[in-house]
Design a protein around this ligand. Structure first.
Ligand code: NAD
Ligand code: IPM
Ligand code: MN
Length: 367
């Protein structure tokens, strides 16, 4: 089979710092004959604004569309907070997701045994926690029309965004959630606000019909998003798969991340539709951002980026064994070695981003 193309887009802030550690893992896989990718890199976000005046060049976009998978870091930062809205660093990320057609964002929140005490919830509430949030990623209020800021006759302004979901958009992400549930605990909780939003009411109706028609063997429940936030903090283990729209998924996944101990631990995989050729677009990124408050200091936890690489190997390249190897190494490192400050605990050495990379590579060598 021919060599697969992998595009790395480190981005801004801690993006390049954590990507550097993921690259070491990738290099190790290549060097030991476990993987053989053609790997290239592109600027994105603020780094691309600085170099080219736009957060995503046509060439970088074309490159992403042609790649077999994209591993993305993070974008944004105070330096670019005042650029025009449509060329903000974050616009590049939204455009990449949209153009690549990656609609199903899988955000697993798993508590490693070694980190039970790093969670802000009591150990007995989070031990063994394993939730999969499926976030719709290229629809909803992030993309709906009309949108914009308009000036009213009296000179004041009106900011507008619109939540829109179609039957097709709900069904395709719903199918991903039901399929995942079948390989897990067979339970899906669909989250919206059907009590106040028509788009949420349609979401509930479509999920109910899809369940009856194609997935009657899976247990389906419905929950309002506000209650879901409360239930995640109260008793997170009640959930198996959560499926929800773009904005609620964004918020609930940051909350779920914290249950595991740190935002710096959570990877994500975003998949497109299976094309007639069998090809399926794959976009992989940690759920955290560019963390300007700690950027450039060697404080960032690289594990979310490295675990995103593992998800890429599993979902885009069928390399489940390589993915499992990385995940096992992460588990071992958390049990033995020092930790980055976000998950540090008394009695454990505080280590830097690159030292975490060192520890992980040593663990990989030993496995
Ligand atoms: P953030 O996720 O960057 O940071 C939130 C908090 O978590 C900060 O205190 C940060 O230090 C900490 N944190 C995040 N990742 C960490 C890691 N790997 N290790 C240790 N600590 C970590 O969110 P924010 O501060 O709201 O946003 C900062 C910038 O990032 C903004 O410009 C935002 O738009 C952007 N952003 C980008 C992405 C992305 O590129 N996917 C995601 C979220 C936010
Ligand atoms: C995320 C981020 C992005 C989002 C931003 C930076 C566009 O918060 O990936 O969770 O809201 O989707
Ligand atoms: Mn987010």
């Amino acid at each position: 089979s021919e060599r697969k193309n992998l595009l790395l887009m480190p981005g801004d802030g801690i993006g390049p710092e954590v990507m550097a550690q993921a690259k070491r893992v990738l290099d190790w896989l290549q060097k030991t004959g476990r993987a053989d990718f053609a790997i290239t890199e592109e600027l994105v976000g603020g780094a691309s604004i600085d170099a080219h005046g736009v957060p995503l060049t046509e060439a970088a976009l074309a490159h992403a569309l042609a790649a077999d998978a994209v591993l993305f870091g993070s974008v944004g930062g105070p330096k670019w907070d005042t650029v025009p809205f449509d060329i903000r660093p974050e616009a590049a990320l939204l455009k990449l997701r949209k153009e690549m057609g990656v609609f199903a964002n899988l955000r697993p929140a798993k508590v490693f045994d070694a980190l039970v005490d790093a969670s802000s919830l009591k150990p007995e509430l989070v031990r063994g926690l394993d939730i999969m949030i499926v976030r719709e990623l290229i629809g909803g209020i992030y993309f709906g029309e009309p949108r914009g800021i308009e000036t009213l006759p009296d000179g004041s302004k009106r900011g507008v965004n619109t939540e829109v979901y179609t039957t097709g958009e709900i069904e395709r992400v719903g199918r991903v959630a039901f399929e995942l549930a079948r390989k897990r605990q067979n339970r899906v909780c669909s989250v919206e606000k059907a009590n106040v939003m028509e788009s949420g009411l349609l979401w509930r109706q479509v999920m109910t019909a899809l369940h009856a028609a194609e997935y009657p063997d899976v247990q389906l429940s419905h929950m309002y998003a506000d209650n879901c936030a409360m239930q995640l903090a109260k008793n997170p283990r009640q959930f198996d798969v959560i499926v929800t729209g773009n904005l609620f998924g964004d918020i609930l996944s940051d909350l779920a991340a914290m249950l595991t101990g740190s935002l710096g631990l959570l990877p994500s995989a975003t998949l497109g539709a299976v094309e007639p050729s069998g090809r399926r677009a794959g976009f992989y990124e940690p759920i955290h951002g560019s963390a300007p408050d700690i950027a450039g200091k060697g404080l960032a936890n690289p594990l979310a980026q490295i675990l995103s690489l593992a998800l890429m190997l599993r979902y885009s390249f069928g390399q489940g064994a390589n993915a499992a190897l990385i995940e096992q190494a992460v588990e071992n490192v958390l049990a033995k070695a020092g930790r980055t400050p976000d998950i540090a605990m008394p009695g454990r050495a505080k280590i830097s981003t690159s030292e975490m990379g060192d520890a992980l590579l040593a663990e990989l060598e030993a496995l």
